[in-house]
Design a protein around this ligand. Sequence first.
Ligand code: NCD
Length: 313
Amino acid sequence: MSPTPVLRQLTDIDDLDRATALALLDRAQALREVAGGRAPALDTLAGRTVVNLFFENSTRTRVSFALAARRLGAEVVDFHAHTSSTAKGETLLDTWRTLHAMGTDAFVVRHADDDAVAALAAAIGPDVPLVNAGSGRRAHPTQALLDALTMRQCLGDWSGLTVTVVGDIRHSRVARSNLKLLRLLGVGALRVAAPAALHADDLDDPAVQRFEQLEPALAGADVVMALRVQHERMAQGGSPDPAAFHADWGLTTARLARAAPHAIVLHPGPINRGVEIASEVADGPRSMILAQVGNGVAVRMAVLEALLAPAPR
Ligand code: NCD
């Protein structure tokens, strides 16, 4: 089995160097049978408690962090912001202090604010195990890791790959973390494709080719990553019409024919069928969407292990 890398916090891809990112991916690959429930759970984190602190909705990320912790033998506490004292005005830091005082060991945090997880990390110091499970538009590092793992499983090393990210780039923490990680790993070529209003100025970079039309961005791509239109991050009235968006930007089988013959389709979920992706593509042979979900458990096991497995503190 590949060794467990050591890491105390993962707030953004910037916390990783290339060697650590590769070690996490190798470890996740080695953990796949346990992560998939096909091999017995481990006891590496027996006696440890992982707190899922989610202030935003989630299906995949929340459940996969919980399963990852349990399949390493840890206990899990699931905190629900809408039924907690957050609704009574308690701050994120006070909520963390309360849960930490109960003798918990690691915190998995999702928040709508771009800076919330980084601010919490700064307040609690570098020694408390903390993972960002999605902060506003800023970062979603474990999603980027599971995407990179899925690409490597399907297509091999990233160095020869052309990866096209399509859709609501502007509001996407998935796009931001993916672009950072794929550059760190040395991807062949990166493209982002969106209508002008959904491009992100902060992602302007000579290493990333920007397209305002879908078809040329798909030409020859090895990986096509579709993103949901994130209405919840847009001002009222600012959302594109779903049917119009699909007409110009929806990933259909006909459009996908421009990509490489072996191209794979990724999507972080939740998918909006008939908007950014047609059902025929989401359910089609190139779709790796459910493989991504499976890899999410393995990657989160590798990350929790890296945070907590070194000698008990
Ligand atoms: C994404 C997220 O929450 O950032 N989903 C996920 O974590 N798998 C993408 C989205 O919400 O569209």
